[in-house]
Write a protein that binds this ligand. Structure first.
Ligand code: AMP
Length: 117
C-alpha cells in the first residue's frame, strides 16, 4: 500500500527503532509510547485488520508475539506484558495496517492495564 505508514517502515522509507523481526513480521517501538518499551508488531504484508489476515500470517502471529514478549522481558526486565489490538476505526484503529501493541509490565508499576483509542 503506497501511502501506508507501516508499509513505508517495512520498506525502510521511514525510520523505526526495530525490536525484532523474522521473515513475515517486524516489531518496533511506538513513536508515541504510553510507557517504556511500548512496541508494535506488524505483518510485513499489508492487511488492514485482523479479519483480513490470510492463513499464513494469522498462524504465525501468535508466535511472533511470543518472541517479541521474550525480547521485551529481557530488555526491560519486565514480569509481564499487555497485548492490545484496536481492530477497526470504531475500536480506535488509526493506522490501517493491522498491529498488536505490546506493553511491558512490572508488579506494582501502577499502570492499570492500557487501552489506546
Ligand atoms: P492504533 O490507534 O492502534 O492504530 O495505533 C497506532 C499507533 O501507531 C499509535 O500508537 C502511534 O503512536 C503509532 N505510530 C504511528 N506512526 C508511527 C511511526 N511512524 N512509528 C512508530 N509508531 C507509529
Amino acid at each position: 500500500m503506497e501511502d501506508c505508514v507501516f508499509c513505508k517502515i517495512i520498506k525502510g522509507e521511514i525510520p523505526c527503532e526495530k525490536v525484532w523481526e523474522n521473515e513475515n513480521f517486524i516489531a518496533f517501538l511506538d513513536a508515541n509510547p504510553v510507557g517504556e518499551g511500548h512496541t508494535l508488531v506488524i505483518p510485513k504484508q499489508h492487511f488492514e485488520t485482523l479479519l483480513s489476515l490470510d492463513e499464513k500470517f494469522s498462524s504465525g502471529y501468535i508466535q511472533a508475539l511470543q518472541e517479541v514478549g521474550k525480547v521485551l522481558r529481557d530488555k526491560y526486565n519486565s514480569e509481564g506484558f499487555n497485548v492490545i489490538l484496536n481492530n477497526g476505526k470504531a475500536a480506535g484503529q488509526i493506522v490501517e495496517h493491522v498491529h498488536f501493541h505490546l506493553l511491558p509490565r512490572k508488579k506494582g508499576d501502577n499502570k492499570r492495564g492500557f487501552f489506546i483509542a
